[in-house]
Design a protein around this ligand. Structure first.
Ligand code: NAD
Length: 459
């Protein structure tokens, strides 16, 4: 395990590598991306074992949201990298003619990726894809909460990626604090709002740009026109995958009163269908990351109207898939991001009440709407802001490398995945090139009215 004392040496090594220009050639980047994908293939079993120990994550979820997510990001970046990295020609205004202008992407330098525990492998490696593609060196800090996955990354990743360009620093608050004392060229932090403020304060000292991938309470609106059966399946999947510990999981449902009872029954039936009579026995149902996090759910559920589930076993880090009916808006459950398998269902008289409910709160990371009404869809898109919007499904938008992923307001700033990861870790360097042949005297002093009129004409 890296100690805080060894961090300066690690950073010096990685910085020195970047300075040599080793990471710039496209072929080198493609090789590293290929190696990252190969690592996911060849160590599927090791990572699956670590994720099973940390989160009781089953092989399907591991393949989909951890290994598969990273591998497809790497594949997509490899496919498009030549095009992304090419200078892009733009027009040159008349005043600067003859001449040419273009934007030449260049790597930012050494970037820091700080990851959380909920998707402990992909939250390290998916941003890394963008960093590699853009030609950077990177230092990665996996979460200390998921110790097995953190150790697996630290052990396996250096066998595949260039050790001089990429480093994994294991550890918790002291190590992250030490890392943040240092100069980076970009920081991508994924985690909670409180620590995001610490990261940004530290980054301000060095004027380091930050991408903050945070969370929040992602609402899910269910209209009476929706296909309730399909909505219940998709919401149950999006909510209970990874036992609700997904940044874009539906946090709560706002459902029209005309279908509230029917929808709740369907949702409860889906939970039984997916995870059986006792979800504790299901190989597909995850555990909470730590006893501390599990104990929080016992507290959140106190005094609530529980429709389904509600069982909490702190020692086993088990919280059953739970439906809570109409919690008070000022209850703790409705004040903080739930980030676990508890789904409050709030009944609304009209959908515009649901829109107001969402509009009155901080902008969420994801917003879900289930409806067949074009008018409601337009109203939601027009009136509400969110990191991402998904209509008639939950969480699934994450599979698209064409859509940027990131929050707005309290749910974060900046974005990545696909081209957007490349863009985040690149400086888009504008270049204007002129020749010496024609040097119009119109812009030079002494100025006069004729020159001024000419300048206004050609601008
Ligand atoms: P966490 O506790 O693992 O912390 C995240 C990282 O911050 C860790 O690497 C940790 O070492 C570091 N850290 C913790 N305390 C620190 C401190 N005092 N100083 C410096 N560094 C510190 O994970 P978490 O924050 O509990 O993660 C859950 C949150 O992450 C949720 O809010 C969730 O919505 C959000 N999240 C967002 C995304 C996204 O892409 N937007 C993805 C996953 C999770």
């Amino acid at each position: 395990m890296t100690t805080a004392e060894s961090i300066p040496d690690v950073l010096q090594r990685v910085r020195a590598t970047f300075t040599t220009g080793k990471t710039r050639p496209i072929e080198w980047r493609l090789h590293q991306l290929g190696e990252l994908a190969r690592m996911m293939r060849e160590h599927e079993a090791d990572f699956a074992e670590a994720l099973q120990a940390d989160l009781h994550k089953g092989s399907f979820e591991t393949a989909l949201s951890e290994l598969g997510f990273v591998a497809s990001e790497a594949k997509y970046a490899s496919k498009h990298l030549h095009r992304w990295a090419r200078p892009k020609r733009v027009t040159t205004p008349m005043m600067a003619l003859p001449g040419s202008s273009y934007i030449q992407p260049e790597p930012k330098g050494v970037v820091l990726i700080i990851a959380p525990w909920n998707y402990p492998l992909s939250m390290v490696c998916a941003p890394l894809v963008g960093a590699i593609a853009a030609g950077n060196c990177a230092v990665m800090k996996p979460s200390e909460v998921t110790t097995n996955t953190s150790a697996a990354i630290a052990r396996i990743l250096p066998r595949y990626l260039d050790k001089d360009a990429f480093a994994v620093v294991e550890g918790g608050v002291p190590e992250t604090t030490e890392l943040l004392e240092n100069q980076f060229d970009h920081i991508l932090y994924t985690g909670n709002e409180r620590v995001a403020r610490i990261v940004m304060t530290a980054a301000a000292k060095h004027l380091t740009p930050c991408t903050l991938e945070l969370g929040g309470k992602s609402p899910c609106l269910v209209d009476k026109s929706a296909n309730l059966e399909v909505a219940a399946s998709r919401i149950a999947w999006g909510k209970f995958i990874n036992a609700g510990q997904t940044c874009v999981a539906p946090d709560h449902v706002l459902v029209h009163k005309a279908v509230a009872t029917q929808f709740t029954e369907l949702l409860a039936a889906k939970i039984k269908e997916f995870y059986g009579e006792d979800p504790g026995q299901s190989p597909d149902y995850c555990r909470i990351a730590s006893e501390r996090h599990a104990a929080r759910f016992a507290r959140l559920l106190e005094g609530q109207r529980i429709h389904t589930g509600g069982q909490v076993d702190v020692a086993k880090r088990y919280v059953a898939p739970t439906i809570v009916l109409d919690p008070a808006p000022d209850s703790e459950l409705m004040q903080e991001e739930i980030f676990g398998p508890v789904l409050p269902i709030i009944t609304v008289d009209e959908m515009h009440h649901a829109i107001k409910f969402v509009a009155d709160r901080p902008k969420p990371l994801a917003l879900y709407l289930f409806t067949k009404s074009k008018a409601l869809e337009a109203a939601v898109l027009d009136k509400l802001s969110a990191g991402s919007v998904c209509i008639n499904d939950a969480v699934i938008f994450m599979v698209s490398p064409e859509l940027p992923f990131g929050g707005i307001g309290n749910s974060g700033m900046g974005r990545y995945t696909g081209w957007y990861g490349f863009e985040t870790f690149s400086h888009m360097k504008p270049v204007m090139k002129r020749g010496f042949r024609f040097d119009a005297p119109m812009r030079y002093p002494p100025y006069n009215d004729f020159k001024r009129r000419f300048m206004e004409l050609v601008r």
